[in-house]
Ligand binder design. Structure first.
Ligand SMILES: [Zn+2]
Length: 471
């Protein structure tokens, strides 16, 4: 029995061409220019832990769904923060128990991308042909647990089997990059690069912001008590990240708001923020100014800038206090780009050697704002459908709403943006299938010649990501 069909995501009318396009790109190497896998895995190359710790516990796509249906996070092994004042249930540590609980609820994922990814992983990585449910839970668990002990299921072997040409991880500005150093020193030739993510030292609302700035000063030897020293510290960290292969920076801001203050005004704002301003408007303005500062640094040092706005992080304060960040309670909000990005674009938008990749969680902005912006400003490109929209429907809507104005060449191919290492081939395969199906439709409607569709299928699966991210 097979869990996945060779014609997955291909509509009947255009199936044969979609199939032919997919056949020509399905074995291309994976370029993964943005994601959140742990560099420690590739550095130490230890066996992955049990199936639950690998596939369930770290995956907020999975536990948020079960939580929404009444399963407690503790029952899924999600660790609580060590504060005894909270009323927490004991955290489940037995992998098999967590797995059974997950299997009983696997039907909840019908129609979701998580189901596509996991079935792909079960079949293609672990050779499983039976659907997962309460009855097959133990058999699946045993099969996966046994394989995970094998040499050819260790991180580096899987990296090679997945045909990953290059993968980027994401590290905070204060990270010492020791795992990246270990990978480099190990002599292994898998290409793992980092990306510069400075949220903790540019967002005054980030936990420990003031101490983070002190630490930034210690690491760089710059005086982060002054605006000039603080900017220099960023320049030094960016250069350090580039030594470990970074070609991009990444910025997760609540909004896309940017500012373009004079140096003197920015310096004064920094002084107020450094003293701990409790004025919400000032803290917002500082974040906005820092996006423009980062864009100017990108113009100078060539790092591709990614902006990931529009997520209301940690929407539930109780979950945040009990479990911390990234626990499924990040919720999309409406995002304005046309007004918000104008100060940044006035400053650097016409630069031809600068690349700023915009992402959105607000699909209403695609046709109205993002495609028109990226369709004219040389510095702008559109990132692929992201997070809540990293789904067949989301990817289709992305092409439908942006191609008319921005074409294909103002987009940057696919990135998996994932922490879930085993799902990387599945995610790229879904993206390649959706793009092939879209191209097949354009050919069927006589809007594209077949040879153009073949050329584009390759660009979307491989070349555009490499080019846009300078990899
Ligand atoms: Zn990301």
């Amino acid at each position: 029995m097979a869990l996945t069909d060779p014609d997955l995501l291909f509509a009947p009318e255009t199936r044969s061409l979609a199939r032919a396009l997919h056949a020509s790109v399905k074995d291309l190497p994976i370029v993964s220019p943005h994601g959140h896998t742990d560099p420690r895995w590739y550095a130490l190359n230890e066996p992955f832990p049990d199936p639950a710790q690998l596939l369930i516990v770290p995956d907020h796509y999975i536990f948020r769904m079960l939580f929404s249906q009444g399963v407690r996070l503790e029952e899924l092994g999600v660790p609580t923060l060590a504060d005894p004042t909270f009323d927490c249930a004991p955290v489940e540590t037995d992998g098999r128990t967590i797995w059974r609980r997950f299997a009983e609820h696997y039907y909840l994922f019908r129609g979701t991308p998580t189901r596509l990814w996991l079935d792909h992983v079960f079949e293609h990585l672990f050779g499983i042909g039976e659907p997962l449910n309460a009855n097959t839970a133990d058999a699946h668990y045993d099969t996966i647990a046994t394989l995970l002990q094998r040499e050819d299921y260790r991180p580096r072997a899987l990296f090679e089997r997945f045909n990953i040409e290059v993968i980027a991880t994401t590290e905070g500005a204060l990270d010492d990059l020791k795992w990246h150093r270990a990978i480099r020193d190990s002599g292994w030739n898998g290409r793992v690069v980092t990306a510069y993510r400075p949220d903790a030292v540019v967002d005054p609302d980030f936990e420990g912001f003031s101490a983070n700035l002190d630490r930034l000063g210690e690491i760089t030897g710059c005086d982060t008590g002054t605006w000039a020293g603080y900017l220099d510290a960023h320049r030094k960290r960016r250069a350090y990240f580039k030594e470990f292969g970074a070609t991009s920076s990444d910025h997760g801001h609540p909004t896309a708001e940017t500012a373009n203050l004079s140096d003197a005004a920015a310096g004064e704002l920094f002084n107020r923020i450094r003293r701990g301003s409790d004025d919400e408007r000032e803290r917002r303005l500082f974040r906005a100014q820092m996006l423009t500062e980062m864009a100017k640094m990108s113009r100078d040092d060539g790092l591709v800038m990614q902006i990931h706005p529009g997520s209301w992080r940690n929407h539930s304060p109780s979950i945040f206090q009990k479990f911390g960040r990234d626990k499924g309670f990040d919720i999309p909000t409406r995002t304005d780009y046309v007004t918000a990005l104008k100060p940044l674009l006035d400053c650097v938008g016409l630069e031809r050697d600068l690349t700023i990749i915009l992402f959105t969680l607000d699909e209403t902005s695609y046709a109205r704002e993002l495609a028109p912006l990226a369709g004219v400003y040389p510095a702008l490109k559109l990132g692929p459908a992201w997070w809540f929209h990293d789904s067949p429907e989301g990817m289709r809507r992305f092409r439908e709403m942006t191609t008319e104005t921005a074409g294909f060449y103002n987009t940057v191919g696919f990135n998996d943006d994932t922490r879930a290492f085993p799902s990387i081939p599945a995610r790229h395969d879904v993206a390649r299938r959706v793009d092939c199906a879209f191209l097949a439709r354009l050919v069927a409607e006589h809007r594209l010649r077949e040879e153009e569709a073949h050329e584009l299928a390759r660009e979307l699966a491989y070349t555009l990501a490499k080019k846009a991210y300078r990899l």
